[in-house]
Design a protein around this ligand. Sequence first.
Ligand SMILES: C[S@@+](CC[C@H](N)C(=O)[O-])C[C@H]1O[C@@H](n2cnc3c(N)ncnc32)[C@H](O)[C@@H]1O
Length: 224
Amino acid sequence: MGDSDQITFTEGNLKGSKLIEVGCGPTIYSLISASKCFEEIVVSDFTDSNRREIEKWLSNQEGCFDWLPTIQYVCELEGRSRSPEEVERRLRQIMKQVLRCDVRQENPFHPLTMEPVDCVLSSLCLTAACKDMETYRLALRGIAALLKPGGTLVLTDALNSSFYFVGQSRFSSLDISQSFIEETLRDLGFSIQQVNILATRKGDMETFKFHAEAFFYLVAQKTK
Ligand SMILES: C[S@@+](CC[C@H](N)C(=O)[O-])C[C@H]1O[C@@H](n2cnc3c(N)ncnc32)[C@H](O)[C@@H]1O
């Protein structure tokens, strides 16, 4: 969502020892700004091939994706307080675990039990993983249980969506509304601190091969 996560993690009030990302895919872009606020990051995804891509990048294996230009872009947004190489090194150092997770399970990390953490981040995962609104609600409950009281949820997802493509493969995406997501989070004991909505533009669907009316970027604090 543009530079929203850069702002979330640079204003100085969101800090802690550990962050978990749920449904990271083969990507690390959402952790670039977060890397300066946490001592340890755990990333997770359902798909073996996505986790392998992350592991390849962590050990800097030949042929791994080059995230340096993306890191460089984020460093520029942050005002060049850190060099891209320094951020890359720090990410590789603090990303301690790459775990399998399934957000449809009550404990997404079953059979592992995670100690509650300071921050959970999830981007574009739940509409992809959940077949209906009840499954989405239960997935959010499972994610909420990963947080300490007072911990922060940073959630990005699609609104009123139906599908997206990765290459030639079509994936379904659950149609949820902004009011559904906000009500569900309040029922789960979150106080919503920030919601940004980015409406999709004419032509986006053809260019990026997805259908969604908008994307949201939300920051919420677990109050109980
Ligand atoms: C649209 S991708 C988003 C990936 C990445 N977070 C990003 O922002 O680009 C959806 C991700 O959700 C993951 N996923 C699908 N079902 C899942 C499940 N049941 N539990 C956890 N992750 C799941 C997929 O493997 C994929 O990596």
